[in-house]
Design a protein around this ligand. Structure first.
Ligand SMILES: Nc1nc2c(ncn2[C@@H]2O[C@H](COP(=O)(O)OP(=O)(O)OP(=O)(O)O)[C@@H](O)[C@H]2O)c(=O)[nH]1
Length: 439
């Protein structure tokens, strides 16, 4: 029952952990749109290198000049009579011509320009340097990637996705490029330019650059959701590992407890066995006591062990031995007599110290005649034994022998054996009396 409760509690905990992980994952999904975007300001930039250029040097119509350099206000003035080719603004990026800025971590170019011109075409372009197609000697060898700003695009803050940029045809046509290099590359942008060259209306065409920046998400949507999935599954995995470690620990603790209990149980069992044995034995002679004898006989199925005979032994004048030699020597006599009795009994016989100097031998499969013979043999043996070397002692015993019939109780047979013993004592001791009653 307790195990069942424990199990249902861990199932509940498991559900809770999964629900928490799901809620946190859902929160992460929602949080994505609130993560501020990554932003890199290119202009105004204290270290930015920028300059104006025009086609006046090659006989063109345009002259570029700063109206207010501090405010990044510049102008292209076109002479109506000459051909307009190019006029614009360049912002050098990176440290040297071949080492630009990696735009690929961003997704958009943000242009905040104040257009004070009626020019139809304003081109924003990027130059990407790649040794595969660029050389330091050829200033035109970096990819020319462009986006044309139409009058209708002119917002206070124009956002141009990099996917809207394309490679300029004139640049492509000048070189034979392998396929991978015929698409815009953004990993090493060395220059950003704003060109109002061709078809520029006559007169002043001004642009004020408020700022130019790159923006993009810190994490792509794909990576963000992948991260959430990884978070969810690693959370689940960690939880499962935690649960399995905890369960393993508990299982080890429980196994230890069971082991201790088993040890305790074995100790108790051993102690009980010892105590049981003690309770069945006489402390002085080591023979069974009355209780031990009763237990042994209880195991028997009397008809199967019949005939059964009882021999009751009693040391003669034992009081005298005690009185003359002391109780210690009396004890030694009891032990010796017990030893002789034990040596003369068979394995199936049950021998006990019945009282002070009384012994009872129960013999299965033995008639009273046979029991009488055994008893007599023992009596002779006890009589002939040497008890003390210094001051010799002769010990005699009296015996009463009776049969235990299948229908009779042990007590009944015992009483009759005792009667016979009494008669043996009365006959002068050191003899045996066999019951005459027909059982
Ligand atoms: N040393 C010793 N004496 C015991 C023990 N148990 C009983 N006795 C003594 O045994 C004596 C038995 O005396 P009685 O019952 O008068 O019998 P008895 O002297 O043997 O005389 P009969 O049986 O008539 O021959 C008593 O003095 C008891 O104190 C024991 O364990 N050790």
């Amino acid at each position: 029952m307790r195990r069942a409760i424990g199990l249902s509690q861990s199932v509940k905990k498991g559900h809770l952990a999964i629900v928490v992980l799901l809620i946190v994952s859902a929160l992460f999904v929602l949080v994505y749109r609130w993560i501020p975007e990554r932003r890199l300001v290119l202009m105004p930039h204290p270290e930015g290198t920028y300059y104006l250029y025009d086609d006046s040097g090659i006989g063109g119509a345009n002259t570029a000049s700063w109206v207010n350099a501090d405010q990044h206000h510049w102008r292209c003035r076109r002479e109506a009579t000459l051909e307009s080719q190019f006029c614009g603004f360049n912002l050098a990026l990176g440290h040297e011509y071949s080492q630009g800025i990696d735009f690929s971590d961003y997704s958009e170019l943000v242009l905040a320009l104040d257009y004070r011109t009626q020019a139809d075409l304003i081109t924003v372009f990027l130059r990407n340097f790649n040794p595969a197609y660029s050389t330091l000697e050829d200033g035109n060898s970096a990819q020319y990637i462009q986006f044309v700003i139409r009058p209708e695009d002119r917002e206070p803050e124009l956002r141009i996705d990099f996917s809207e940029f394309s490679l300029a045809d004139w640049w492509m046509n000048q070189r034979k490029l392998e396929r991978p290099y015929r698409s815009p590359e953004f990993n090493n942008i060395t220059l950003l330019g704003i060109n109002m060259g061709s078809n520029l209306p006559a007169g002043n065409n001004d642009i004020v650059i408020k700022h130019i920046a790159l923006t993009g998400p810190w994490f792509s949507e794909k990576h963000w959701y992948l991260g959430i999935i990884v978070f969810f599954w690693s959370g689940t995995l960690l939880y499962l590992i935690f649960v399995s470690v905890t369960h393993r620990k508990k299982a080890i603790e429980t196994a230890k407890k069971y082991e201790n209990l088993a040890d305790e149980h074995k100790n108790l069992y051993d102690k009980t066995q010892v105590l049981t044995e003690i309770s069945r034995r006489d402390g002085l002679s080591g023979l069974l006591n009355r209780y031990g004898l009763a237990q042994a006989i209880e195991q028997w199925h009397i008809p199967s062990v019949a005939p059964v005979s009882l021999v009751m032994f009693d040391i003669d004048h034992f009081k005298r031995i005690n009185d003359r030699r002391g109780h210690l020597e009396g004890d030694k006599v009891i032990c010796r007599v017990a030893e002789i009795l034990h040596n003369h009994s068979r394995e199936q016989d049950v021998l006990s110290r019945w009282g002070g100097e009384e012994f009872l031998l129960v013999l299965p499969h033995t008639s009273t005649q046979q029991a009488h013979q055994v008893g007599e043999k023992i009596r002779q043996r006890i009589f002939n034994d040497e008890y003390f070397t210094a001051k010799k002692l002769t010990v005699t015993i009296s015996l009463g022998i009776a049969a235990m019939g299948s229908e009779q109780s042990f007590e009944h047979a015992l009483r009759r054996a005792d009667d016979c013993l009494y008669r043996a004592k009365a006959m002068g001791r050191n003899c045996s009396v066999v019951e005459t009653e027909d059982v």
